[in-house]
Write a protein that binds this ligand. Sequence first.
Ligand SMILES: CCCCCCCCCCCCCCC(=O)SCCNC(=O)CCNC(=O)[C@H](O)C(C)(C)COP(=O)(O)OP(=O)(O)OC[C@H]1O[C@@H](n2cnc3c(N)ncnc32)[C@H](O)[C@@H]1OP(=O)(O)O
Ligand SMILES: CCCCCCCC/C=C\CCCCCCCC(=O)OC[C@@H](O)COP(=O)(O)O
Length: 243
Amino acid sequence: MFSLTELLSASTHPGYSRPCGFPALLLTAFLFCRIIKTVVKTFKYFFGVRFEVKGLENFEVEGPAIIVSNHQSILDMMGLMEVLPDDCVQVGKKELMYAGTVGLIIYLGGVIFINRKSTTSAKMVMAEVAKTMAADKVKVWVYPEGTRNCTGDLLPFKKGAFHLAVQAQVPVIPVVYSSFTTFYNPKKNLFTSGKIKVEVLPAIETKGLTSGDVSDLTDRCFRTMRETLFRLSGCPSEAKDSS
Ligand SMILES: CCCCCCCCCCCCCCC(=O)SCCNC(=O)CCNC(=O)[C@H](O)C(C)(C)COP(=O)(O)OP(=O)(O)OC[C@H]1O[C@@H](n2cnc3c(N)ncnc32)[C@H](O)[C@@H]1OP(=O)(O)O
Ligand SMILES: CCCCCCCC/C=C\CCCCCCCC(=O)OC[C@@H](O)COP(=O)(O)O
């Protein structure tokens, strides 16, 4: 079994693609992440983005947890840093690791990279995380849509995060960011100042659940988060009914 520290450092895990030789231990990652957080939190002043955050107390669960949130665009990195708990690492696609300086920063920040092109490899990495997150007392942040989606709605959720929560028997904490569509649309070159509402929802327990319950757990989180997304975005009720 690999500890999360090993996963974050020079892992020899067959499904893991972290290159050898980098001293990215967990503590270093947390420290580094604090620096990233402090820097990225200043970006909102340059971009004219304001955050209204509710429910931060819901992060205060005993022990580790899986945090799931909607993923609209690169702006989410500002939203992430606005609420990110100190003892938390994120799951990201492995291509980010090769994004030059940003890739190095993300790598040192402790991101757990998965290969989305190989389900077996991604599942293997997540299974290792499930085994070790309790011992390492970390929260793991996953974007269950698996890709960016700036349509004002949610994409169907992938189940990896929920398998992870059930395997580790840890709660799922949903976090929802209101839609950016009114002030940010890269296709239309629209980026004005705007407010992003963020809500950290109460934890959903998984103690006693088995792999047979993953689909229900996924659906429950999806429905709760979609309802919250529409409410936070002031979306008309017809949009909810169109699903
Ligand atoms: C300069 C300043 C710098 C600032 C720095 C900021 C730092 C922060 C960086 C933050 C990085 C953010 C990165 C964001 C991303 O990269 S999002 C993209 C990557 N993340 C994800 O993809 C996560 C969500 N995806 C999943 O959970 C998927 O399920 C995945 C595990 C990846 C597998 O996907 P895929 O191959 O598409 O397979 P399916 O989802 O279709 O699943 C197939 C079947 O397998 C079952 N399954 C899935 N996972 C597991 C598991 N862990 N254990 C067991 N079984 C699993 C799944 O249920 C399917 O089976 P059924 O159909 O249900 O029978
Ligand atoms: C013009 C707006 C600029 C806003 C800048 C906001 C602050 C940016 C902070 C840090 C920048 C570097 C962070 C890089 C991390 C990128 C995370 C990301 O969004 O990855 C995409 C991935 O999930 C899914 O990929 P696809 O949607 O499948 O491909």
